[in-house]
Each structure stands twice: as C-alpha cells, then as structure tokens.
Design a binder for this molecule. Structure first.
Ligand code: AMP
Length: 423
C-alpha cells in the first residue's frame, strides 16, 4: 500500500487528500500518478469507483502548480473532456477539493446552461477546464477559447464518449490541440473503437489496468426479487432455509436494521450475526471468525463493515435493502465469486427501491433478471420497473462512508484487486 507522499505528490496536495479521508492510493493511482508526474501518456482501463479521477487530477494539479506559467487570454492549460454534464461537475469538484491549497483557476463548461458566463470565465484564461465535448467545441469555433496551448489533455470515459456519439467532436477538439502535450485516456472497456481512438491520440503511453468490475459482475448470477417491504424478512428466511445456501452475507442499510435483522433471524433458528461499525473490533473479529469456521452461516452487514470481509466460499450475497449508490452494489456482490468462484447475488426490491435498481442496471450496463418464482413475488412492484425513470431520492442514513477511508476498489477484487501494468 502506497501513501500519496511516496508517490511523489507535494505537501499541499497530500494535505488535501488526507482531509478527504484518503489514506493510501488505490491501485490505479499507484500506477498512474508516478507516470503522469514524469510526463508519460497514460491509457487507464478503469471504471468509476476505482479512484481514477484522483489518479489523473492529482498529478495534473501538481504539474500545473510546479510549472506555474499563466495561461494566455482565452487559453487553457489542462483540458478534461468527459461525456456527461454530471460527470463534468463531479470532476470539477474533485479538482477544487484536491487543489484547494493551490492557486489554480478552474472552470466547468457544459451544455444546457447559458454561454455568456462561460465566455467570461474563459476570457482571462484558465489552468483547468473540465468540459463536455459539444459545448467546448462550440466555444472554440466561436473563438472564445484557445486550445493550442493545452499542456495536458484528458479523455475520460472514452468508451461512453464513443457510445454517445461524440467521436467527431472529440476528433475536432484533438485537432485543435498542440501535438506536444501530455495525453491521458481513461476507459472502462477496451473495445476496438476505443483502441483505435487511443492509438491516434497517445504517444509511447503506459497502459494501466484495474481488473474491470464487469468481469466480476459477469461471473455472478444476479437476480432481483420484487417484494413488499413487510415481506422481505419472510422471503429471506425462505431463502436461507434453502439447500444450496451455505455461507451468506445479507446487506442491510443501517446498523440498527442489521442488528434487528440478525436478532430476528437468530430467533427463527438461523445462525446469524450482525457486523457493523458500532460493534467493537473484538466483536467484529469474533463474528468473522465464526463465519469463517461455519459456526455462523449468515452475516448481516452494513456496507462499511463488509469492506473488511475477505472470506472465500460465500455462496450468496443478499441485498435485503438495495444500496442507493450503484458502486456499492458492485462492491457488495463482489463478496461472492471471489477467487474465480461463481456466486449468487439476490437483491430484494420494494416499491421505493425501483429507482435504485435502475441506477444499478445503468452502472453495470446490464439488466438484472427477475426471480418471480417465489411466494412473496409482487407483480405490482415488478411493473413499476417498466415505468419511466424517476431520479432516486437521497436516502437518509445511506451507507456512504463519511470521512474515513472512502476507498472503493473495483468489484470483487476490492481495492487491492489486481492492478496490473502493461506497456
Ligand atoms: P472515482 O473512481 O474517481 O469515481 O472515485 C471513487 C470514489 O473513491 C470517490 O468517492 C473518491 O472520493 C474515492 N477515492 C478516490 N481515491 C481514494 C483513495 N485513495 N482513498 C479513498 N477513497 C478514494
């Protein structure tokens, strides 16, 4: 495990990431940061959730601040292209957070908002511009921004960029950049189209790859079960009493929910234990040891507690509550199918969780087949899945790690999961 100081990052940047609760670098960061600092092009094969934004943002900030020349009028020093407005905003925030102790000027340029404020913010030049392709190209064509002084060019989520039909805009933008520049390209997959785009943009690059989540996700048999909230416990008991269920992790949203569920299961004769952040380290370790030895067959866990669970032979992961962050879903189901084994992930979905389900399916880029052959199946809830998408509401007490190490590694590999380097 490598610290950010060991990667060669300067104090103001290390200070900012520590304040964010990052303790050590993720695999993609370990590989990409030194290369980018040394001025090498990088092709990063990594998905959201692997820490890829910091993998490029931190060394870019450092390079800009070390070579602190001012951008010319309408000039840009680092241009980050990303496919969606939301992602652009998110990446813009990351630059602001990581660069809080540096004096660099940043702006986010996307469609869907007025051009005038953007023209003003670009007028005097910017160190960092995070943009969606259409709008920045439009501004460049109208002469409001000059891209011929770009020192670093990042193409984020290149595969999505191509899926969304941005290839022509990207190529036009690339044609406006100087040939002497640093180029970083990130993509979740390496389809032939991404490969050909990459070879036209990168020079003597280092390829950095984190085991893609999809590999893990694909190995896991996933099912969604539509069930009313008050029937979830009965459904869970039916499943846990089934033949093939040997070692199971049940995910609950809150610590309280995990406790209550474990108690109820124990009363019904299931050997269950809860594991969550309110339990002492000793109690957690005992529960894990019992799980490992088979004395306990079912662990009821919250997301954060589950991060430390590294037990092979987990036959089932059951999402008693669906997580409101799609990446947590990938992380949760990755607890099964470890070490190449196959696993089963069952997700209970009540009427309030349909939006989370849709979000998850978008992230894993595949629909989760429904299991309707259980006695608590609700057709009414299943039908809601077909209704137009509603933006998920923020859920209280959602188990997003706050403050602590907010590491999210790729799929079943977890954060230590198989970073590998290739030339
Ligand atoms: P990304 O893959 O860039 O979308 O990052 C996923 C999440 O991981 C974000 O919430 C980051 O704040 C967080 N993160 C990135 N790097 C680290 C790290 N080294 N330690 C802990 N959390 C991190």
């Amino acid at each position: 495990m490598t610290s950010f100081v060991e990667l060669g990052l300067i104090e103001p940047i290390c200070h900012a990431v520590t304040a964010e609760g990052y303790e050590v670098a993720t695999p993609i960061q370990e590989q990409a940061i030194p290369a980018i600092l040394s001025g090498r092009d990088v092709l990063g094969v990594a998905q959201t959730g692997t820490g890829k934004t910091a993998a490029f943002a931190l060394p870019i900030l450092q390079r800009l601040s070390e070579n602190n020349r001012r951008p010319g009028p309408k000039g840009v020093r680092a241009l980050i292209l990303t496919p969606t407005r939301e992602l652009a905003q998110q990446i813009g925030k990351c630059f602001a957070t990581y660069g809080v102790h540096l004096r660099l000027k940043k702006t986010v340029i996307t469609g869907g908002v007025g051009m005038h404020p953007q023209i003003c913010s670009l007028q005097a030049g910017c160190d960092i511009v995070v943009a969606t392709p259409g709008r920045i190209l439009d501004l460049a064509m109208r002469g409001h921004v000059k891209l011929d002084g770009v020192e670093t060019f990042v193409l984020d989520e290149a595969d999505r960029m191509l899926d969304m039909g941005f290839i022509h805009d990207v190529k036009k933008i690339a044609a406006l950049l100087p040939s002497e520049r640093l180029t970083l390209l990130f993509s979740a997959t390496m389809a032939a189209s991404v490969f050909s785009l990459a070879s036209g943009l990168l020079k003597n690059h280092l390829r950095v790859e984190v085991t893609p989540q999809a590999t893990t996700v694909e190995r896991i048999e996933q099912r969604v079960m539509f069930v009313a909230k008050d029937k979830k416990r009965d459904l869970l008991l039916d499943i846990l009493r089934g033949q093939s269920v040997t070692r199971t992790i049940v995910f609950a949203r809150t610590k309280h929910g995990a406790n209550r569920l474990a108690e109820q299961l124990a009363k019904s004769g299931v050997k269950a234990e809860a594991i969550h952040g309110n339990k002492s380290q000793g109690a957690r370790q005992r529960a894990l040891a019992d799980f490992h030895s088979g004395r306990v067959s079912t662990l009821v866990a919250t997301d954060i507690a589950a991060r430390g669970i590294d037990v092979d032979g987990i036959s089932h992961v059951i999402n008693f509550d669906l997580p409101n962050e799609p990446e947590s879903y990938v992380h949760r189901i990755g607890r099964t199918a470890r070490a190449g084994a196959e696993g089963i992930a069952l997700s209970f979905c009540d009427a309030d969780e349909i939006a989370y389900l849709k979000d998850i399916e978008r992230t894993i880029r595949q629909p989760i087949p429904a299991d309707e052959a259980h006695r608590y199946h609700s057709d009414a809830i299943a039908r809601l899945r077909l209704a137009p998408a509603v933006k998920p509401k923020a859920r209280q007490g959602a188990s997003r790690p706050a403050g602590g190490n907010r590491q999210r590694g790729g799929g079943g590999g977890g954060r230590t999961g198989g970073a590998r380097r290739a030339a």
